[in-house]
Every structure is written in structure tokens, then in C-alpha cells.
Design a binder for this molecule. Structure first.
Ligand SMILES: Nc1ncnc2c1ncn2[C@@H]1O[C@H](COP(=O)(O)OP(=O)(O)O)[C@@H](O)[C@H]1O
Ligand SMILES: [Mg+2]
Length: 245
């Protein structure tokens, strides 16, 4: 039985899509079958970050009732990694019903070791439906107080809704000397800190190239941090499997 993990946060631009892409490629390389889903229906860009464009069937077609979910799953160039891309044009966005996200995503847990759901930020309807398609959640925050408090709010709501909180990623650390340090962030968040990902221009460069940094530059600090994050996620998932199944 696989893991359905929502990648969520309170604000946009924290690194949810970057985390989804890199964690997918890293877990795939570690031998797990991974499905990454672009569930950010209005600001979709996971496909671009993973170097896929012009997919004929997307999550939007599935949510509009025009496609079967299995026809919207594509192999990527990364070992063991599959993706459900999203459309980017407004016509598709208008026709897609976000309320169907949980019912189309949840059954996929039987076919993969990890299903990673790239969610919109915040607590609006689109975001809630994407996040509630997961059973577990990883929060992504930046080391700024407003970002941390907004992300905490999302965490509190998701926990009330019954999702298991795996912990949070502190991304883009080191950009400013006013950054909240990791131990303080962990104290405020009151959930485990899974990994600190440094601010690294290689990450942005990789995004522009359409290749996740764990593939683009394996020796970069960003790539090493994302690999450690994958090891931590694998470790927690394994522990949970022993307790629950
Ligand atoms: N650790 C990092 N170092 C440098 N740039 C980063 C880092 N993480 C993310 N970025 C950049 O920040 C931007 C927003 O990231 P993204 O993953 O799209 O955020 P979100 O999905 O939360 O809106 C992208 O251009 C990405 O390359
Ligand atoms: Mg995103």
C-alpha cells in the first residue's frame, strides 16, 4: 500500500512544486515507484519543472469528466517516476471540477509507493480539495514569520481534517540574515523539521531548464538537501508502515 502525500503551504512561492519534483525524482532513484500529480489547477507548473509539455490528457480533462485518470498518467525521463500533468489554459480550468480531486486521486495509492500531490497555497476551495486528496502532508515554508504562521494555519486545519502530519521543510534558508533559524522555526511550528533546504541558485537554474536540481546538479547543496529529505521521508514512511499495516 502506498503513501498519498500532499505537499502544502500557506503561501505561494515557498517551493511546493520544487519540493514535489525533487522528492519524486529522489524517491524514484531510491527504487520507489512514484506518481507526481499537478493539483495546482490554476497555477500549474509541475510539468514545466519536470520537463513535460503538451500532454494531450491532463488532470483538468479528468476533472471535467472527459478523460479516464489512467490515460492522464505519463512516464517521465526519470527512473520510476510518473506524472499527471495539468493544463494551463483558462478553458480547461473553467471546465475542471476541483471537488472531484479526492475521488480521482485516492485510488492511485494502490498502484504506487508514493503519490505526491503538488497543491495550491492557502485554504481556498481548490487548495482544500487538493490537500484532502492526501492522507499525509508535508508542509513547505520559508524562514519568514508571516510564511511560517500562514503555513501553521494550514497545518492545523489539515490535522483537524484527519491528515497525518509528516513534518515541514524549511526552504530557501540563508537568503537573508533575518531568516528564522531552523530550531526556532521547529519550536513555532510544533511539528518535526524534516530538512532545511538552503537558498541555492542552482535550484532556480534547474527550474528554468525544466530539470529538478537533484538531476541537474547532483553535487549542489540544494540537491544534497533534497536527497536527505527523500531519505527522511522514506524512513518515516517505513516506520509508519510497521506501525499501521
Ligand atoms: N532552495 C531554493 N533556492 C533557490 N530558489 C528556489 C529554492 N526553492 C525554490 N526556488 C525557486 O522559487 C520559485 C518558486 O518555487 P515553487 O516551487 O514554484 O513554489 P510554489 O510551488 O510553492 O509556488 C522557483 O523559481 C524556484 O526555482
Ligand atoms: Mg507551485
Amino acid at each position: 500500500m502506498g503513501h498519498l502525500i500532499a505537499i502544502a503551504s500557506g503561501k505561494g512561492g515557498t517551493g511546493k512544486t520544487t519540493t514535489t519534483a525533487n522528492l519524486s525524482v529522489a524517491l524514484g532513484r531510491m527504487g520507489h515507484e512514484v506518481l507526481a500529480i499537478d493539483a495546482d489547477l490554476t497555477m500549474a507548473n509541475l510539468s514545466l519543472v519536470m520537463g513535460i509539455d503538451d500532454a494531450p490528457q491532463t488532470i483538468h480533462d479528468v476533472l471535467a469528466g472527459d478523460s479516464d485518470i489512467n490515460d492522464a498518467i505519463y512516464e517521465t525521463r526519470y527512473q520510476n517516476v510518473y506524472i499527471i500533468p495539468a493544463a494551463i489554459d483558462w478553458e480547461h480550468v473553467k471546465r475542471a471540477d476541483p471537488r472531484k480531486l479526492p475521488e480521482v486521486i485516492k485510488p492511485l495509492k494502490h498502484s504506487y509507493d508514493f503519490v505526491l500531490i503538488d497543491c495550491p497555497a492557502g485554504l481556498q476551495m481548490d487548495a482544500m480539495n487538493a490537500m484532502l486528496s492526501g492522507e499525509e502532508v508535508i508542509l513547505v515554508t520559508n524562514p519568514e514569520i508571516s510564511c511560517i504562521t500562514d503555513t501553521m494555519k494550514v497545518g492545523i486545519v489539515l490535522r483537524k481534517a484527519g491528515l497525518a502530519m509528516l513534518g515541514f521543510v524549511l526552504n530557501r534558508y540563508g537568503r537573508s540574515e533575518n531568516d528564522i533559524p531552523p530550531d526556532a522555526a521547529e519550536e513555532v511550528m510544533e511539528i518535526p523539521l524534516l530538512e532545511v533546504i538552503p537558498e541555492d541558485r542552482k535550484v532556480r537554474e534547474a527550474t528554468l531548464e525544466g530539470v529538478p536540481v537533484v538531476e541537474y546538479d547532483k553535487k549542489s547543496e540544494g540537491a544534497k538537501a533534497f536527497m536527505r529529505l527523500a531519505e527522511e521521508v522514506e524512513r518515516i514512511a517505513g516506520m509508519k508502515a510497521r506501525v499501521m499495516y
